[in-house]
Design a protein around this ligand. Structure first.
Ligand code: ATP
Length: 230
C-alpha cells in the first residue's frame, strides 16, 4: 500500500463549529482555520443553527445557508452540515453531538470549537456537562469580548479534562483545550448594525473585508439587514 505523507496520515477527526452565521464572516472562517492549525483534524464541519434558543429575530435558514455556501465554496477543509437546520424545534448542541457520535461511531475524535464568549456561556446550555461524553471542546480568545470569570461549576468540571490542542486527536472525546487565534474583530451583530445604518458602499468600507464579496453581494441583492441599496 502506498504510504501517506506523515502530515496527512497524522490527521484524525472532525472539528465542529456551530453558529447562527447571520451572516457568516471572516471571523468564523479564521476561527475554523486556527482550529485546523492547532489541532490536526481532517476538516471542520460548520453547523448553521436552526432555531438558536438564546437568540431571537434571526434571518431565515435558507439565507444563512446560502451565504455560508458562498463563503466556503472554495474551502476544501470546511464542510457545511445542515443537520441542525433540518431539525424542528430549538437547536441544542447536546442533541447535535449525540446524533453525530451515533453517525461516526465511538472511535472518531470530534472537537467542538468555541469562541471564548460561547465558552464562558457554556454552563447555560442544555445538559452542558454531558457534552464531553460525546466530544472534546476547544476554545480560543475572541477580540472584543469582555472576559468575565469562568463560572464556578465549570471550573470544577474542567479541572481534570485540560490537555494540549494537538493531543485531542488521540482519543474520541472528553478533553478540553485552549488554542490560539490571531485576533479578529468581526462580529455578525456589528455587521448587521453597520449595514442597517450606512449606505451599502460605505458599510462595506467600514466592515473592511469582514464579509466575503459574494456574501456582501447576496445581502445586497436580497435586501437583508435593512441594507440601503443606493
Ligand atoms: P452574533 O454577533 O449575531 O452573536 P457572532 O458573530 O458571534 O454572531 P455566531 O454565529 O454566533 O457569530 O458565532 C459562532 C461561533 O464563532 C461562536 O463560537 C463565536 O464565539 C465564534 N466567533 C464569531 N466571531 C468570532 C471572532 N471574530 N473571533 C473568534 N471567534 C468568533
Amino acid at each position: 500500500m502506498r504510504n501517506l505523507p506523515s502530515t496527512l496520515a497524522a490527521k484524525r477527526g472532525l472539528g465542529l463549529l456551530g453558529g447562527t452565521f447571520d451572516p457568516v464572516h471572516t471571523g468564523h472562517l479564521c476561527l475554523a482555520s486556527a482550529a485546523l492549525s492547532a489541532i490536526p483534524l481532517v476538516r471542520v464541519e460548520l453547523f448553521p443553527a436552526g432555531e438558536p434558543w438564546q437568540k431571537s429575530r434571526i434571518s431565515s435558514g435558507i439565507h444563512r445557508l446560502n451565504m455560508l455556501r458562498i463563503a466556503v465554496e472554495y474551502e476544501p477543509l470546511f464542510r457545511i452540515n445542515t443537520s441542525e437546520l433540518c431539525r424542528i424545534g430549538p437547536t441544542y448542541t447536546i442533541d447535535t453531538v449525540k446524533n453525530l457520535r451515533e453517525e461516526v461511531g465511538p472511535a472518531m475524535p470530534l472537537v467542538l470549537i468555541l469562541g471564548i464568549d460561547q465558552w464562558l456561556n457554556l454552563s447555560t446550555w442544555k445538559n452542558w456537562a454531558e457534552l464531553t461524553n460525546y466530544v472534546h471542546i476547544a476554545y480560543c480568545c475572541r477580540e472584543g469580548t469582555v472576559e468575565k470569570p469562568i463560572p464556578d461549576q465549570q471550573i470544577a468540571w474542567v479541572a481534570d479534562k485540560i490537555t494540549a490542542p494537538e493531543a485531542l486527536i488521540q482519543m474520541p472525546a472528553g478533553r478540553i483545550a485552549h488554542f490560539e487565534m490571531a485576533p479578529h474583530r468581526a462580529s455578525a451583530t456589528e455587521i448587521r448594525r453597520t449595514i442597517s445604518t450606512q449606505p451599502y458602499a460605505q458599510a462595506m468600507k467600514t466592515l473592511d473585508g469582514w464579509l466575503h464579496p459574494g456574501v456582501a453581494q447576496y445581502i445586497r441583492s436580497h435586501g437583508l439587514y435593512g441594507v440601503m441599496r443606493h
